[in-house]
Write a protein that binds this ligand. Structure first.
Ligand SMILES: [Zn+2]
Length: 438
């Protein structure tokens, strides 16, 4: 046994939602090899004292745009249209070097807040894959395709530069380190691309066994515009072009019809609710309970640090429950266990990782978070799951481990030189992004 976490409260998130008190968690070769109340007989190489701590599965952030952490709080009070214009202008200046620094900062923030796996949708999948590989997190990385193919164009997956960038990233990075890194196909959104691209990307994803990430029905205007233009709703239109033949992670899903929700449920698609980012931008929330009733898997995400302010999934869990209860008029419309389930088990399902993480269970990867329950706002603890959702904050995370390797512990990031990353951002990235063209 490599590591033993002793005398800890274990929130397993297993099928029975077992919570064990004063328990032991054993780890060997990156896997959980023991969970129980008795001291295991095998001697560990390292012991982590879990007294006063809660061990839970690593949180899964199913929607980010990591490099844009560089633009956090840059356009917080601008209208949607102004913000988009300003962001696009600055984002276009993020080169590989600046992007790398932004991704490292965002991943440090994720680890600090107990996130062990992220789904990322952006334009530089290879750089994101390199950094995620180096840092040690799990990641499903998609290239956000944005392209209108003209009918007169001779479009071919084999010659299109964007498609070829995806294909070369897949060749190099898909299933890297026994599947720690996965590459997904990606479509930025219905309104930033068209059918030749959708058909081509979904056919390629089906052939390669990839998932596909996209933004879907996030705001009312884009949905109305699609119907006016095509006579179909967004999901109906995308479905006509084969997009849902592969496991899709659809971010937003705030304005789907019941028929669309059912169709996506049947297609085993996952909806990602981004409650804080939606609220911050003035968008409607994802109707989580309706999507679940329609058979969809619902996961949670922060969206970018620009859209949400930070990448704290504890805040996202709490806000998802608060918003759903407020809309539903009572507390029982969403029990505390539901957002925790969405941020772990359902997130793993959305990422195609249900067999490896999302629960603390013997045989699963040791993607484990320790939360320090000694702070005043976590005392007394009458119900651990409720405390994790309604009282804990990302800053209460004391340790984050992926496959048995500690990636964050008590202020330290063993795989990230954070002061160097901050210096790179301040001295290189920010001057580059903020330079006004003359
Ligand atoms: Zn997004």
């Amino acid at each position: 046994m490599d590591t033993l976490i002793s005398n800890v409260t274990v929130v397993t998130m297993n099928e029975k939602m077992d919570v064990l008190f004063g328990a032991y968690l054993g780890i060997a070769d990156g896997k959980i090899t023991y969970i129980g109340k008795d001291v295991p007989t095998e001697q560990p190489k390292t012991i982590i004292d879990g007294t006063g701590m809660v061990a839970m599965p690593g949180l899964i952030n199913c929607h980010t745009h990591l490099p844009t952490a560089l633009l956090r709080n840059f356009v917080d009070d601008a209208t949607k249209t102004e913000a988009l214009q300003q962001l696009l202008a600055r984002q276009s200046k993020i080169d590989e070097r600046a992007g790398r620094a932004g991704i490292k900062l965002a991943l440090a923030e994720c680890l600090r807040f107990g996130i062990t796996s992220v789904s990322d949708l952006y334009y530089s999948p290879e750089v994101t894959a390199q950094v995620a590989a180096e840092v040690g997190v799990k990641a499903n990385i998609a290239l956000a395709a944005t392209r209108f193919v003209d009918d007169s164009e001779d479009f071919d997956f084999e010659t299109d530069p964007g498609c070829q960038m995806l294909a070369s990233t897949v060749e190099k990075w898909h299933n890297y380190d026994n599947g720690r890194i996965k590459i997904d196909a990606g479509i930025h959104a219905e309104f930033t691309s068209n059918h030749q691209l959708w058909e081509s990307l979904s056919a390629y994803a089906a052939e390669q066994g990839l998932g596909l990430q996209l933004h879907l029905a996030e705001c009312a205007e884009e949905v109305a515009d699609c119907e006016e233009r095509t006579g179909l709703t967004q999901a109906e239109l995308l479905n006509c072009h084969g997009v849902f033949r592969v496991p899709v992670t659809a971010v937003g899903c705030a304005h789907l019809t019941e028929t669309e929700q059912k169709m996506l449920g049947k297609a085993k698609a996952s909806a990602v609710a981004i409650p804080i980012a939606a609220a911050k931008q003035g968008y409607a929330p994802t109707p989580i309970t309706d999507c679940v009733k329609a058979g969809m898997n619902v996961a949670l995400g922060t969206d970018s640090a620009v859209a949400s302010g930070n990448l704290d999934m504890f805040e996202v869990m709490r806000f998802a429950a608060l918003q759903t209860r407020q809309a539903g008029g009572d507390s029982d419309v969403m029990p505390a266990a539901a957002p925790l389930m969405m941020a772990t088990v359902c997130g793993a399902r959305a990422q195609g990782r249900a067999n490896e993480c999302g629960m603390l269970k013997e045989g699963m990867d040791a993607d484990i978070v320790l939360v320090d329950f000694s702070a005043p706002h976590l005392l007394p603890c009458h119900n651990v799951i409720s405390s994790l959702v309604f009282s804990a904050k990302g800053g209460d995370v004391a340790m984050t481990m992926v496959r048995g390797k500690i990636l964050y512990q008590n202020g330290q990031f063993p795989t990230i030189d954070l002061p160097a990353v901050v210096a790179e951002i301040m001295e290189y990235a920010i001057p580059k992004l903020m330079k006004e063209e003359v």
